[in-house]
Design a protein around this ligand. Sequence first.
Ligand SMILES: [Mg+2]
Length: 346
Amino acid sequence: MEPPGTAGAPGAAGRPWDEAKAFYDNLTPKKKPKSPKPENAITIAVSSRALFRMEEEQKIYNEQGVEAYVKYQLDHENEPFLPGAAFPFVKALEAVNTQLRELYPDSEELFDIVLMTNNHAQVGVRLINSINHYDLFIERFCMTGGNSPIGYLKAYHTNLYLSSDAEKVSGAIEEGIAAATIFSPSKDLEVSEKQLRVAFDGDAVLFSDESEQIVKAHENNPLAQGPLKGFLEALGKLQKKFYSKGLRMECPIRTYLVTARSAASSGARALKTLRSWGLETDEALFLAGAPKGPLLKKIRPHIFFDDQMFHVEGAKEMGTVAAHVPYGVAQKHKRPLQEKQPQNSK
Ligand SMILES: [Mg+2]
């Protein structure tokens, strides 16, 4: 006698488990495809404090020490963390991945998110619970155990590292890794769930900081590359995969250059530099010294990168998730600004 359900199934005779497997495979949501190899992927490393809000826990750590901190985390293990500054960005990366997987089922050219944490291993359970709670596709965990993340970032071929620890970010930048210190906005602005929007400052972010040192330069003389040029390049590579399927207008990745330069005086040099690299941004906004916050509020990027804390603060105040790139001459002035943020001191 054949088991019920397999009788008469064409081709299933002798191999009923195939049919059963297919049945259960269809029951299991297909949301957990395998992770791409790091050398093929666009790897985004995010610290646990950037991905989730952990201010409360950090306070316990600072005031009561590591034992009280670990105990608190264990006691709250089944309580997911609230989304942090990098959370909407990570969600948007995953939305892009979903579309890439539909268009190119066999390609590993996808975003791959690595969670970097120097947390106690016991806290890892709460992190994993939180990741599952929000249905995030994060398979790679890197528990650095208090060590510098640099070696791990290199091993994972990291294209972008986001952390709330300014010291670690500076270390990564010095090693030539695109990195930024991410800040939560003062208020929450709704961002697109379908389209990833990334806004870049020009000087000392996409370009080197030379223009901030040398006032006059010929517009046909391209600028040297800055720390985030490689990330824009990676985004451009993925954008082209949509363009080649005829999806230029519907592309789920949109990039913006938001610079204090003025179009008339030095904007052409910025655009020509991008062109000389074979890169472009979808939009280029030359503010000629006007504040960036109001414009960013209109663009609603998931993340905005700038090397000057002044612009980062302006963006934050108006609800944009802003990330500070500690690079170039502007950093000489950073000390008084950092003193305003005691929560960042360890
Ligand atoms: Mg700049």
